[in-house]
Ligand binder design. Sequence first.
Ligand SMILES: [Zn+2]
Length: 443
Amino acid sequence: MFYVKFLISFYAAVILLVSHYIWAQSSNVYSIKTVVIDPGHGGKDPGTHGLNFKEKDISLAIALKLEELFKTYLPDIKVFLTRRTDEFVELEERAQIANRNKADLFVSIHCNAAGKPVMVKNPKTGKFVPKKVKNSRGKYVVVETINPEPFGSETYVMGLKNEQGKMNVAMRENAPILLEDNYKQKYQGFDPESEESYIIMSNYTSAYVIQSAKLAMKIQQEYKNKAGRIDKGVHRQSIWVLWRTSMPSVLTEVGYLTNPNEEKFLGSEIGQKYIAACILNAIRKYKYEIAGKEINFDDEIEKLPPLENENIQLGILPKNSNSDDTLVNNNITNSTNNTNISKDSTQKKTNNEIIFRVQFKISDKPIDIKEEEPLEKIWYYMSGSLIKYTTGSFTRLEDAVLYLRKLKENGYKDAFIVAFKGDERISIEEAKKLLSEIEEKKK
Ligand SMILES: [Zn+2]
């Protein structure tokens, strides 16, 4: 009997020990002890800029404020910054700082920029086409001018969903590589400006993507609820620092420096304080959530009075510009001067119509449209550095299908149908869904 009792208590002790061990292990896995904050750009790489501020200065100011908040509100967490001054830190090194310090989270802070192509008159055709110049690496690129309209915040996690022409954030945030010495060797031939080159990241496994997205969503929520930011969502793009870090990682675009009102906010002490507070609050909520603890914070951070958006206060509404497939001066055949371009873009704000077109050509240089003149209603849209040409404009998919058939018979074998909602390129499926919803409403 004693023996049985002994055995029971022995096993109970073992179970207790084992479960305690498992608990300790899992709380290890799910606790955040070290965070690396990465202020984007620096030194010879200013990043983007507005009228008065550079991205490198704003990202550093926010990072330093965030570090201070950690000391007060999350003193148990060790915080490293990838830079503390205006210095150039290589992209790979930023990721390695996080890896070497065994960080549990990596947060890269950046500012967004919006551009639109400069249009020039083709002397032969008299039509306006995007101006292109050869850059220092011998590649033809569209000359862009600032687009002051877009504003709002968005946060990125690593992803391979590199849709053609929707990689502008990845391309811009990976571009500092080109300023590094010997980058061709160091980055195994990776060229941040070439869409094809992104194949190098295809060995990415999504081990941390769910956690990263969880944190990204919390950051966006805080921006929206506290800092009055327009929530432009969480997105996936192939961003070098996110690819190379082996822990949940996000890159947050706190706002647009190309929007003068948002720039003013991001350049202000109060704006930077709010953005830092939002990131901190998101991190601590994330920390407690993954530890399975529910804590209601009741402090200055949680009680920050919500701000109103400065653009909306001025009556400026956000454009539905979640895509980089923004149409610029979209009707080539009708545009005769630059004033037409701006007229077009103001009209587009309210135009959410679903339109089907047939895409027939992609080119990295403007083509002479005259050659294509038998086609009707030629439109084009920019996709990164590519110009995508479409023809026809239909409100019914069936009509676009008939037109496509005709085009194919006439030698346009690779043509296919593309759908738009106002300015925004959407999938055919989505267009069909939206159209059927509109039909439903009519009934
Ligand atoms: Zn940046």
